[in-house]
Design a binder for this molecule. Structure first.
Ligand code: EPZ
Length: 436
């Protein structure tokens, strides 16, 4: 697999995207499932693993720990029988959010785990207090020493964990610790995203006893050991939504193969309300050019709500809708920073710290600019833009695809962390993009 290097995208706008694109496997399922392989006492095989930066980093991290790793044509095989260390190298600090999930599996293996400080997108404070509090409740002792979290536990034990917010990462972290803990773990107010469901499916295939109960509650009975398994990662619902918006906004006609309607329900409702025609089929979703886009009010939320990672492409749609739209971001406090560049390109977007357009969220009475008012339609003009984070990155690509002139986009390694062969796929749909 090729390593990414510093590149720049030059995008000439104005070409409608037409044809077919296949959605790759979900980054936010695949990376966690690679970590789950650490719990098995025989090889785990994952299919439909996307060839993206975050997968490469996760595979390198497992290999550094001593795992035998192979990755070819979307199939990864992880064999951790000869794992040699409980310490994740400092080189993996600040690359993504995955290392913290290794705490449980390494504790089970070595009784000790050392994890470097975290990275990922800069879209808010992104603390890990829920993760640490939960693991402490399960019997781990965790300290922070010289940029590392150092955890020890002779044997993790089941516990009742009440999450203050349905955090995706914290839910996964507790799951990965609970499947081999002594006794039963109950995670209340947990996240239930499709990617977490997919992780649960893999864990069950590996021998775990794991159940989703009513009211966002996971119940996990610890078992002594987990075996190898073979599993196919679900398609990426964020990548699917991103391509659908790009197709609609460029006035194109694209069949997004493998996009799953069940995972995209809230997104497709919003798409319909805004006026984008789509046809959902068993094998994918076709999006065609809208006649006129209508303004809407949307609020991001945890699953099954409108996900925060759809917000950025959707804001792009709203810059071209006729009238005033509102987007209330309730998952992250600081996820609109990317809109400055869109304003520079001609979009009319204003940010407010009030909870606009919906119910008050946990950011009420804070100074976080987490509501956006978007007035459209405004033609966009090409610009030089630097990508601040992964999802903003695809939105900038969409902006450049509909702008007049040639845009220069830097910081593209952010996009390549999460979108497989993004330029190859856009070019195959007719986009005019040069990579230098
Ligand atoms: C995951 O991040 C995803 N990342 C994010 O996708 C996604 O936006 C997010 O879930 C929400 O769906 C991965 O799966 C790798 P959270 P995660 O814990 O797990 C607060 C992308 O582009 N919180 O659900 O880090 C937190 O600050 C990325 O693919 C605490 O306060 O998100 C946030 O406001 C971006 N304390 C909220 O909870 C904690 O200990 C939700 O975060 C943990 C979280």
């Amino acid at each position: 697999m090729k390593k990414p290097h510093a590149k720049t995208y030059y995008v000439r706008g104005g070409k409608p995207l037409r044809g077919e694109v296949r959605v790759s496997g979900a980054k936010n399922a695949a990376t966690k499932e690679l970590v789950a392989a650490l719990l098995a006492d025989a090889p785990v095989t994952l299919h439909n693993v996307p060839e993206i930066g975050d997968v490469r980093v996760t595979l390198e991290m497992l290999a550094e720990l001593g795992a035998k790793v192979s990755f070819e044509n979307g199939t990864a095989v992880i064999d951790v029988r000869r794992l040699k260390t409980e310490k994740v190298a400092e080189a993996f600090s600040r690359k993504n959010r995955i290392p913290i999930l290794l705490l449980g599996p390494l504790l089970h293996r070595f009784g000790k785990a050392m994890i470097p400080a975290l990275g990922g997108c800069t879209i808010g404070a992104r603390p890990i207090d829920f993760h640490l509090d939960a693991l402490r409740k399960m019997g781990a002792s965790i300290m922070c020493e010289k940029g590392f979290y150092v955890a020890t536990a002779k044997k993790l034990k089941g516990a009742i964990i009440d999450l203050p917010f349905p955090s995706v990462g914290a839910t996964e972290n507790v799951m990965l610790a609970a499947v081999k803990a002594k006794g039963t773990t109950i995670i209340r107010n947990a996240a239930v995203e499709p990617e977490i469901m997919d992780l649960a499916v893999l864990l069950q295939a590996m021998g775990a006893i794991i159940n989703l109960d009513v009211n966002r509650t996971w119940v996990i009975e610890g078992v002594d050991s987990l075996h190898g398994a073979e599993h196919c990662v679900i398609p990426d619902r964020i990548v699917a939504a991103s391509f659908m918006v790009a197709a609609a906004l460029t006035g194109g006609d694209v069949f997004v193969r493998d996009a799953r309607q069940t995972d995209l329900l809230s997104f497709l409702n919003a798409l319909r309300r805004v006026g984008v025609p789509f046809e959902a089929r068993e094998d994918g979703i076709r999006v065609t050019a809208p006649k006129e886009l209508q303004p809407v009010v949307i609020e991001t939320d945890v699953h099954p709500g409108f996900m925060t990672d759809w917000q950025q492409p959707f804001v792009m749609l709203l810059t071209q809708a006729k009238g005033v739209s509102i987007v209330h971001e309730t998952v992250y406090e600081d996820r609109f920073g990317y809109t400055d560049a869109l304003v520079k390109m001609g979009a009319k977007i204003q940010l407010h710290s009030e909870c606009l357009g919906g119910k008050p969220c946990r950011y009420i009475n804070h100074d976080y600019r987490h509501s956006a008012v978007i007035v459209g339609p405004t033609p966009l003009k090409a610009a030089e833009i630097a990508i601040p984070d992964l999802r903003a990155g695809f939105s900038y690509l969409i902006a450049a695809l509909i702008a007049k002139g040639k845009s220069k986009i830097t910081g593209v390694e952010q996009i390549e962390r999460g979108y497989e062969d993004v330029i190859g796929k856009l070019k195959s749909l007719g986009a005019e993009i040069e990579v230098k």
